[in-house]
Design a protein around this ligand. Structure first.
Ligand code: 5AD
Ligand code: SF4
Length: 449
C-alpha cells in the first residue's frame, strides 16, 4: 500500500513576538496532524499568514502578500493541486469577513483564540469548499487545547503568559484585536517552562501584550504577580535567563522592581514603552502617567538594578502633537538614556479613538520628527554598545552566523554578539572579549567557556 504523502505548509509570521509564539504553537499542532513545514510557497498545500494589525503598513503588507499567494494557488490548480490559504492573527481578528471579500482566494480566517481548531477548520474548508471565518472570542482556553508537545527553535524560547490589554491607549488596536486581559495559571506556565527546559531552552522570554499586569492563579489558589511567577520559574533546572515583555509603566510594581535586584536569572534589561515625553500627548494617549512619573520610575528601577539596560517604544506625530511636544519627547530620551528603542510614525487605526481626532499631522511632519528622534536614539545605542568595548561579556549563543564558524548570541543586556567558535556553541554561554562595537551589534572572541 502506498503511504499517503505528507501534506506541507508554508507559514509566514508578521509583527510581534506573540505572533512568533503563536506560529510555533500552530506549527506544533500541524506537525501532530501529519503536516511538514516547507519554505517553498509553490510546494505548499497550506499557506498560513500570521498577521499584524498594529499599524496600517503592517496590515497592507498582508494583502499584497495574499495577491502573490493567490497567483501561486491558481498555478497549482492547473496541476490539479489544491492550496488552502489561511489568514491568522490580528488582521484576521480585526477584519474577519472583510478579508475574504477583498481577497476571495482566502479559504480560512482564523483569530488567535481559535488556533487549537486549526486542523479541523482546514478540513472543513476542503470539504465544504466555502470561506470559513472563525474569530470568536475566548469561551475555550486556547492554550489548554494546544496540547502538542513543545519544541524549541532556539535556546531562547518564547512563552506566552498573558494575552490582551485593558489599558485602551487611544492609538492602539490591541484591546480590540486581542481582547481583555487574560493570565494563564502559574501551574500551566510552569509545566510548559519545564517542557521547554527539557527540550533545551536556556532562556525564557515571558510574553504578553501587557505582561507586567500578569495576575494568574497561583499554586496556593491566591493570585500570583509577575514577580511571583518569575521567582517560580527561576527555580527550574536549566533555566539560566528570564526576560519579559511588553510592560506598561503603571504596572511596574515594587515586587517586580525588587525581583530585578535579587533574582539572578532575571536579565538586566527592560522594555518599558513610554510613547511620548509630553504630558499633554500622554494624556491624549490615555497612558495614565506623566513624563516625570516615568523618569521617577526609571530612577527607582535603576536603584534596584543599577546596570539595567532600558528600551522603549515611541510614537511621533500623534494627532495634535506640536513642535514643543516633540522636543519634550527628545528631552525625556536625553534624561533617561536608552540602550535601544523602537520608534514609529503615528498610524491612524480604524476604530481607535485617536483615529477620529481632527488634528492629524502631515506625513512629512511625522517623517521629519521621526528622523530627529531616531538620530538621538541611535546615538544612545551607539554609546551604550561602545561601553562594552574591551570588556568581557557572557553570551548565550542562539544560532549560527553567516560566516563559517561564526555564532550569534546575546549579552544579558540583549545586545547581539558575533563571535567565532569551535564545536557547537548553540545553547551554551561563553565569555566573549569584545573587540568591535556597532550600533546594533558587538563582535569579539571567545575568552573562556
Ligand atoms: N501607530 C503607530 N505606532 C503604534 N503602536 C501601537 N499602535 C500604534 C499606532 N496606531 C506602537 C506603540 C506600541 C508598539 C508595539 O507599537 O509604540 O508600543
Ligand atoms: Fe496597546 Fe500597549 Fe496601550 Fe495596551 S498598553 S492599549 S497593548 S499600547
Amino acid at each position: 500500500m502506498n503511504r499517503p504523502e505528507r501534506k506541507t505548509y508554508f507559514l509566514k509570521t508578521f509583527g510581534c513576538q506573540m505572533n512568533v509564539y503563536d506560529s510555533e504553537r500552530m506549527a506544533e499542532t500541524l506537525a501532530r496532524d501529519g503536516y511538514s513545514e516547507t519554505s517553498d510557497v509553490d510546494g505548499a498545500d497550506l499557506v498560513i499568514l500570521n498577521t499584524c494589525h498594529i499599524r496600517e503598513k503592517a496590515a497592507e503588507k498582508v494583502y499584497s502578500e495574499l495577491g502573490r499567494i493567490r497567483d501561486v494557488k491558481n498555478e497549482r490548480a492547473k496541476d490539479g493541486k489544491n492550496t488552502v490559504i489561511a489568514v491568522a492573527g490580528c488582521v484576521a481578528q480585526a477584519e474577519g469577513p472583510e478579508i475574504t471579500a477583498r481577497q476571495p482566494a482566502v479559504d480560512l480566517v482564523i483569530g488567535p483564540q481559535s488556533y487549537h481548531r486549526l486542523p479541523e477548520l482546514i478540513t472543513r474548508t476542503t470539504v465544504d469548499r466555502k470561506h470559513i471565518v472563525e474569530t470568536e472570542f475566548p469561551g475555550d482556553e486556547k492554550f489548554a487545547r494546544m496540547k502538542a508537545p513543545r519544541r524549541i527553535s532556539s535556546p531562547s524560547a518564547f512563552l506566552t503568559i498573558q494575552e490582551g490589554c485593558d489599558k485602551f491607549c487611544t492609538f492602539c488596536v490591541v484591546p480590540y484585536t486581542r481582547g481583555s486581559e487574560y493570565s494563564r495559571s502559574v501551574a500551566k506556565i510552569e509545566a510548559e517552562a519545564h517542557e521547554l527546559a527539557r527540550a533545551g531552552a536556556k532562556e525564557l522570554v515571558l510574553l504578553g501584550q501587557n505582561v507586567n499586569a500578569y495576575h494568574g492563579e497561583g499554586a496556593d489558589g491566591r493570585t500570583a504577580s509577575l514577580a511571583d511567577l518569575i521567582r517560580t520559574l527561576a527555580a527550574i533546572e536549566g533555566v539560566e535567563r528570564i526576560r519579559y515583555m511588553t510592560s506598561h509603566p503603571r504596572d511596574m510594581s515594587d515586587d517586580l522592581i525588587a525581583a530585578h535586584a535579587d533574582v539572578p536569572q532575571l536579565m538586566p534589561f527592560l522594555h518599558l514603552p513610554v510613547q511620548s515625553g509630553s504630558d499633554r500627548i500622554l494624556a491624549k494617549m490615555n497612558r495614565k502617567h506623566t513624563a516625570a512619573e516615568y523618569v521617577d520610575l526609571i530612577a527607582r528601577i535603576r536603584k534596584a538594578r543599577p546596570d539595567i539596560a532600558l528600551s522603549s517604544d515611541f510614537i511621533v506625530g500623534f494627532p495634535g502633537e506640536t513642535e514643543q511636544d516633540a522636543e519634550d519627547t527628545i528631552a525625556l530620551i536625553e534624561a533617561v538614556g536608552f540602550a535601544q528603542a523602537f520608534s514609529f510614525k503615528y498610524s491612524a487605526r480604524p476604530g481607535t479613538p485617536a483615529a477620529g481626532h481632527g488634528d492629524q499631522l502631515d506625513e512629512a511632519v511625522k517623517s521629519e520628527r521621526l528622523l530627529r528622534l531616531q538620530a538621538v536614539l541611535d546615538a544612545q545605542q551607539v554609546s551604550f554598545n561602545a561601553q562594552s568595548l574591551g570588556g568581557v561579556v557572557p553570551v548565550l549563543f542562539e544560532r549560527k552566523g553567516r560566516e563559517a564558524g561564526e555564532f550569534v548570541g546575546r549579552t544579558p543586556y540583549l545586545q547581539l554578539v558575533h563571535a567565532a567558535g569551535e564545536g557547537d556553541l548553540i545553547g551554551k554561554t561563553a565569555n566573549v572579549a569584545v573587540n568591535e562595537t556597532r550600533r546594533s551589534s558587538l563582535s569579539g572572541v571567545i575568552s573562556a567557556a
